[in-house]
Design a protein around this ligand. Sequence first.
Ligand code: PMV
Length: 308
Amino acid sequence: MAEGKGYGKCILFNEHFVVYGIPSIVSAISDATVAIAEKTDSGGIQLIDNRPATPGYKEEKKEHQEDSLRRILGAMDISMNANLRITLKGDLFAASGVGASAASCTAIARTLNQLFDMGLDDDRINEIAYEGEKGYHGTPSGVDNTASTYGGMIWFVKGEPNTFDLMKIPQPVEIVMGNTGTVANTKAAVAGVKERREKNPEEYDKIFSRARNIAYDARKALESSDLKEVGRLMNVNHQLLQKIEVSNGDLDALVETARKAGAFGAKMTGGGLGGYMVALTPGESLQEKVSKAIKKKGFSVLKTKIGV
Ligand code: PMV
């Protein structure tokens, strides 16, 4: 029996823009998915999904998950006729926007690596998790699986090849992630941006260039612990995401609630059109206050830290 882990993640800056080569900043969160793998005598390949999840999430993602697993097995040269049981569990709540799909791909790649004694390093695990992510996203940027595999806070740039480096921030910072409870389709959200950008190239170029500047300013602010500035930049980033039409009413309402409760800044996070938002809430008492305000509106929250 073998076990592997993949971290959840929170995109702090530039989801969607990252697909077009604009730098993004992503942090792993301490919540993670764990995969257990064991060899069995018969029954083919079984995947048992025991993760806590948003209602409807697992059903919605079932086909994607099967495609993803086929891709992971293919990338690892494991026969589709093998007899294997893979069980997914862990404390990462499976929902849109927290990197649940990437965390599961990384966890599965790690557990199979251990079960078959393959001796693969993190770079190879990351590549395999990226293959798995294609089952969910089509052409993912790679930002999610990179955070899932390496942990920490990451400056990520999609390219040929993707490049990333681990950022050093002085100390971990509390965040609240509010869950709209809607399962979002990242593939469709990414396709929508592509279509609108083709129709309005000039307007989108302007928005994209502002997003690029925000990434550099945010890196500086994070590395010097200027959290007020980080929060302000998150607010601006949310505006840009609204402009490219990937936010929605629930996300905007939760962002507003968090800001009113004192969050330094708040924005949607991940694919959008549902899923999660994130609020920067340094210190446990502010974290608790913002978390309560969101819960009062009837939404569930995840209290965690970035930069751990
Ligand atoms: O929906 P999530 O949490 O998997 O995040 C997707 C992030 C995007 O930038 C929208 C897409 C991508 O491939 O980077």
